[in-house]
Ligand binder design. Sequence first.
Ligand code: FAD
Ligand code: SF4
Length: 517
Amino acid sequence: MTTFALDDASVFLVIGSGAAGGTLSNELAQKGHNVVCLEAGPRLDFGDIVNDEAEMFGKLTWLDRRMATGKPDPNFPVWGCKTVGGTTMHWTAACPRLQPHEMRARTTYGALPDTTLVDWPVTPEEIAPWYDKAEIRMGVSGKHGMPFLPPGNNFKVLEAGARKCGYSDIDTHNMAINSIDHDDRPACRQLGFCTSGCAVGAKWSTLYTEIPKAEATGRFELRPEAMATGIGLDAQGRVESVTYLSKAKSYTQKVRAVAVAGNVVETTRLLLNNRSERFPNGLANSSGLVGRNYMRHFTIQVMGVMPGKVHFYRQTHLAGVVRDERHHRPERGFAGGFLISTVPFTPEILAKNMLIGGWGRDLTSVLDKYDQLAGMLLTGEDPPQLSNGITLHPTERDGYGLPVPVIHYEDHPNTIAMKTYAWSRGRRIYESLGAEQVIEMGDFIPATHNMGTARMGTDPKASVCTPFGQTHDVPNLFVSDGSLFPTSGGCNPTLTIVALVLRQAEHIDGQLRTGAL
Ligand SMILES: Cc1cc2nc3c(=O)[nH]c(=O)nc-3n(C[C@H](O)[C@H](O)[C@H](O)COP(=O)(O)OP(=O)(O)OC[C@H]3O[C@@H](n4cnc5c(N)ncnc54)[C@H](O)[C@@H]3O)c2cc1C
Ligand code: SF4
């Protein structure tokens, strides 16, 4: 096992081992650089992963204290993981690409009131080859020769109803889940426990893929249960060290450069909490934009009690998609669009969340027909608003003694209009097949897609990072996660995060080689 000394200043240090940090670590190690990855959570192995949602929720989820104002659940506003592999342990692995119009949101949608819509500083043409590389690396189904996953019953119901409603862009989705044995991992067994971590490793998670590959280079050290708390600068304003807590002891690692990939809330908290004379409002925050423009897609559901058995839990969660509503068609009464995918829920989750306000017969009549349920998830674009953001609580502290992050979020009127329309489209799909009952469910899932709080751009006054995720203020400090997104698009973000990370790694490699870093 490779280890680096705390005073080894050759180290490129990555904070977080999820989709962004795990991939960046591996990519830089493959390119010949010394990499240390700090991960706040523990390292599990296959023996720890069981097909049990409740048990795995406890083992994987980030449960340290967070607070919220506005719309989110005040106690659990954001759903992510604290474990090696990050939220690629919980994720359901849908891998759509952003569409060109979504990367040109300001140009396409115009000046949507009370938003900070911009065009991406990376063009669709620039990102296209990186999407290819990311899809190949993650083994995305339906791309580059990886077959689509087989259709489960939930998908068959969705497809039949969607076709009746005139939709046609439908398939079992592009999923980072093996449809055949690939990359020394088996094909998906269709067991339906994707959010429990995938006990067989068919689902791409950095725990099974990027991290062991990085370790095999001999140039990488993973430090689990190591929570980064401080980023130290030298007299020239460059990062020289990172301080972290591990089992209640504090350590300081010398570094050559740093990438923060803690998933939006933690990345923001780390930057905001590192204040100095040079950066009184938080590290790399001369623009005042760290923590602002926070975005999260809406994820609402429609459930149908179908005339026959569906057994919607017996397949990969999101392997089924209808893309026809993803386009920008302002005649629907809103800008941007949304995806319709399959989704199952356990009886417990349904009982807890589905019939909020429902009780007695209303609730039990649906649960009695659990086997007849079909379910869909509607995921839509969220425009950036300056007022949605993440701040630090002035007095409340978590178990590390760090200020508790406070997430403030309110839906934009565009989001409310899109959701209302999306529910009606979802309802129509199941009604077209003679559903006995259709239930529209609210936005009860805590934010799984988090974006926007350190947006990239070319103007240091209007963005935090360059188009390569290098902070404008501190040349050897990078941000590598969804914080970079200037707008959210109408689809799951992780493929785009990985594509940007691969592009960032090439940029960092060039800078390390020329000595610019
Ligand atoms: C239930 C669920 C389903 C999802 N399904 C999909 C999907 O189908 N498709 C999709 O595109 N996306 C999906 N997502 C979102 C996806 O998981 C995230 O977009 C992705 O994992 C983000 O990658 P990341 O590297 O930024 O963060 P993460 O993967 O969350 O990794 C961040 C890591 O950093 C660590 N960390 C944080 N702060 C520190 C610190 N200070 N020091 C050390 N370590 C730290 C954390 O412990 C964590 O392990 C889903 C999410 C959830 C919760
Ligand atoms: S359905 Fe496939 S991806 Fe999901 S947990 Fe089972 S084997 Fe893994």
